[in-house]
Design a protein around this ligand. Structure first.
Ligand code: CAA
Length: 261
């Protein structure tokens, strides 16, 4: 499929999606959002892809937010629909069976922080910056900033970030739980690819189960979530990867997972 606003490549089971509008710091206009929707649907359907890395083109930005020029002309109804379109992409990223790693190479503001938070975890360059500056535009976050951010960092930090619009550095973003790990800029993509390769070598039944249970069990009452975990744990024992993983351990050799359900 041809994309105009994103770059897409797959190598050794790892898909890299690069938002590619560097002249406007990879701002999200309706076309980018639509192409992200298409590419994540394609990724979900492609058995060759096991893990995804999401990043931004150029030296400066991951995504500097929704495209302010495009938004400046929107009616309330169009803005509502744009917010839903963005939110649906973030939900799609959470729902697909494959882990998505954000490699935040620079500014991740507004919709940029929100996209990163919809990934399974975030690696950041030392140059990365995060924030929800929508308040400075007379609006509010529209892609999960008031909802996913408090679930990730707690209500108090989410309120401070959304109310002040302050832009924070990678170190503070790590301290409050947005970022897992920080790297020098040139080491960010190699590190993301190394982790992606590690995950790609695991059994797909297990990687899917971990992602689904943590994403969808998290908001359930603990007793329900634990029962769901036990059911899924049991289902793993119907997969060839369970037999292979345990046989390989007992035979003192590395496992060779097939990913068959
Ligand atoms: N939308 C459209 N264009 C943008 C943009 C955005 N979000 N962010 C940057 N650009 C454009 C700039 O207009 C500029 O274009 P020109 O060269 O044509 O003037 C170009 O990208 C480079 O940007 P700057 O010259 O501003 O670069 P800088 O280094 O001086 O500043 C910055 C960088 C601090 C990120 C600054 O660009 C900025 O504040 N950007 C806007 C950030 C923002 O408010 N994001 C939230 C958007 S709302 C949102 O995301 C809603 C939601 O939740 C869905």
């Amino acid at each position: 499929m041809a994309y105009e606003t994103i770059l897409y490549e797959v190598a050794d089971g790892v898909a890299t999606v690069t938002i590619n509008r560097p002249k406007v710091l990879n701002a999200l206009n309706p076309q980018v959002v639509s192409e992200l929707d298409q590419v994540f649907r394609a990724i979900d359907a492609d058995p060759e892809v096991k893990v995804v890395i999401l990043t931004g083109a150029g030296e400066k930005a991951f995504v500097a937010g929704a495209d302010i020029a495009a938004m400046s002309k929107m009616t309330p109804g169009q803005a509502r629909n744009f917010s839903r379109q963005l939110q649906k992409v973030t939900q799609l990223m959470e729902e697909i069976a494959k882990p998505v790693i954000a490699a935040v190479n620079g500014f991740a503001l507004g919709g940029g922080t929100e996209l990163a938070l919809a990934c399974d975890f975030v690696y950041a360059s030392e140059k990365a910056k995060f924030g929800q500056p929508e308040i400075n535009l007379g609006i509010i976050p529209g892609a999960g900033g008031t909802q996913r951010l408090p679930r990730q960092v707690g209500k108090a930090w989410a309120k401070e970030l959304c109310l002040t619009g302050e832009i924070i550095d990678a170190a503070l973003a790590k301290e409050i739980g947005i970022v897992n790990r920080i790297f020098p800029p040139e080491e960010l993509m190699p590190a993301a690819k190394k982790t992606a390769a590690t995950i790609a070598a695991k059994g797909r039944v297990s990687t899917r189960a971990v992602k689904e249970l943590i994403n969808f069990g998290y908001d359930l009452p603990l007793d329900h979530a634990l029962r769901l975990e036990a059911e899924t744990f049991g289902q793993c024992f119907a997969s060839p990867d369970q037999a292979e993983g345990m046989t390989a351990f007992l035979e003192k050799r590395p496992p060779k997972f097939t990913g068959e359900a």
